[in-house]
Ligand binder design. Structure first.
Ligand code: 13P
Length: 247
């Protein structure tokens, strides 16, 4: 009952020219996908990528969204700015934002509520560091990220969660199918406790962290894994192979 959702996260890669060229090549390859498809791109590329993806099934998303409607927030992007280009998704609380830009769970919460209030689907990222996993506190870390990050959300089914173990991002070290399934099942259980078990069944939960054309099938075969948030592999045609994981 949950539609699979494969999204790319270009991070600080690509230009308007290389991005548009990639979308042109990807479009026919993903046209018959059985899942929802999105590429989350740097804010400055949103107008050109929206244009490049016009008439295709590739939706363009943002990599962040600010909580204020407007104001003195140098360097930030508001919901209205995104909506003007028909942006439907925004990544929120990526571990790189948490790690390098001081993003807190409270900020994640404010951004999430703002996205929802503006009809933009938040892709809320959660995940533990290697130290936390080895210290046996993964569940505790996820509890806090979910409890604070999703506070006051009215309809949790409108949210996408991306479970991204920090130790698997850009490292080539993927969580095993079983590790990813086990942790994502835990996340679903926790969402069930915060909201309701039935609501948790409706939430699309992606895996992210060195997901690629080779390991996508095994990960997507897991019962609680509904999709992927793809970094490196979304910068090339491998992204189409991942989108077509079921073929
Ligand atoms: P990689 O796929 O490059 O490991 O990145 C994952 C990620 O952070 C997606 O948001």
């Amino acid at each position: 009952m949950r539609k699979p959702f494969i999204a790319g996260n270009w991070k600080m890669n690509m230009t308007a020219a290389t991005g548009a060229a990639l979308i042109k090549e990807l479009a026919p390859l993903v046209a018959n996908a059985n899942c929802d498809v999105a590429l989350c791109v740097p804010a400055i590329l949103i107008p050109a990528m929206t244009e490049a993806a016009k008439g295709t099934n590739i939706k363009i998303g943002a990599e962040n969204i600010h909580w204020a409607a407007s104001g003195a927030y140098t360097g930030e992007i508001s919901a209205d700015m995104l909506k003007e280009y028909g942006v439907e998704y925004a990544i929120i609380g990526h571990s790189e934002r948490r790690q390098y830009f001081g993003e807190t769970d409270e900020m994640v919460n404010k951004r999430t509520l703002t996205a929802l209030a503006n009809g933009i689907t938040p892709i809320v990222c959660v995940g533990e560091t290697l130290e936390e996993r080895e210290g046996g506190v993964t569940e505790k870390v996820l509890d806090k990220q979910l409890e604070i990050g999703l506070k006051d959300v009215e309809d949790v089914a409108k949210i996408v969660i991306a479970y991204e173990p920090v130790w698997a991002i850009g490292t080539g070290k993927t969580a095993t199918d079983e590790q990813a399934q086990e942790t994502i099942a835990y996340i679903r259980k926790k969402i069930g406790e915060i909201f309701c078990p039935k609501c948790a069944e409706k939430v699309v939960i992606q895996y992210g962290g060195s997901m690629n054309a080779k390991n996508c099938k095994g990960l997507m075969a897991q019962p609680d894994i509904d999709g992927g948030l793809i970094g490196g592999a979304s910068l090339k045609l491998d992204f189409a192979t991942i989108v077509n994981f079921d073929k």
